[in-house]
Ligand binder design. Structure first.
Ligand code: PEP
Length: 250
């Protein structure tokens, strides 16, 4: 059966020394979390090596993005091999902030996902609608097309190394959380889209995380939903106590 996971997305926060302290605090508190809950911290590229050196095997390491090219003359980009060589096991891809501010397209995400999987990195693929799309009742269509455009290029075998994160853009960093019912209906829908393509077994084994102002006070209700398998946590992941409290909410 699928794994429950709580992943912290640090975004562009903390200096390297601050990040190392935060990672140490997460590791120290991670002993409280039952072994069946996976813990991941996604950190800036600059932090990967230093954070890797203080993580235990209990807490896995993720990048927040990767290049859509393997190597070469792409100034400023960071390849999957570079990320892997820092000790990371995962990368987040398709975060709405990258789609919104850096022109991340589904086409680029296909390339990035191919490279990440080939390098042996697991992928946390983010999907989700913005406020305008939600208000127009297009949230199911948006999520379906993001899933189809990216994940339908991959195999059932590939899906073993892919986690989906449903993150309604209107709930990210806004303090506005989707209600447990709103989140569950999209999670169940995403699982059905996956089942139609890959079969029920693959869909049932795929971890689908909720992201968007998830915090200790609302995690329990969200994680109690049948199709919500944990969270991708932004702001609350910058505090080790809150992050671990969320991981204790299953
Ligand atoms: C995120 O950016 O992935 C996120 C969910 O952020 P926040 O928890 O701050 O809304």
């Amino acid at each position: 059966m699928r794994k429950n996971i709580v992943a912290g997305n640090w975004k562009m926060n903390t200096t390297v020394p601050e990040g190392v302290e935060l990672a140490k605090a997460v590791v120290a508190k991670s002993v409280e979390v039952p072994a069946e809950v996976g813990l991941i911290v996604a950190v800036p590229f600059t932090h990967l090596t230093s954070v890797a050196s203080v993580l235990s095997s209990r807490v896995e390491l993720s990048a927040e993005n990767c290049a859509d090219k393997a190597k070469g003359a792409y100034t400023g980009e960071v390849s999957v091999d570079m990320i892997k060589s820092c000790g990371a096991q995962w990368t987040i891809l398709g975060h709405s902030e990258r789609r919104q501010y850096y022109g991340e397209t589904d086409e680029k995400l296909v390339e990035k996902t191919k490279l990440a999987l080939a390098a042996g990195l697991g992928v946390i693929l983010c999907v989700g609608e913005n406020l305008e799309q939600r208000e127009a009742g297009k949230h199911f269509d948006v999520c379906e097309s993001q899933i189809k455009n990216v994940l339908f290029n991959f195999s059932a075998e590939d899906m073993k190394n892919i986690v989906v994160a449903y993150e309604p853009v209107w709930a990210i960093g806004t303090g506005k959380t989707a209600t447990a019912e709103q989140a569950e209906e999209i999670h169940a829908f995403i699982r059905k889209v996956l089942a139609d393509k890959f079969g029920t077994q693959v869909a049932d084994n795929t971890t689908i995380l909720y992201g968007g102002s998830c915090k200790p006070s609302n995690a329990k209700e969200l994680f109690a939903q049948k199709d919500i398998d944990g969270g991708l946590i932004g702001g609350a992941a910058l505090n080790a106590d809150d992050f671990i409290q969320i991981a204790l909410s299953f």
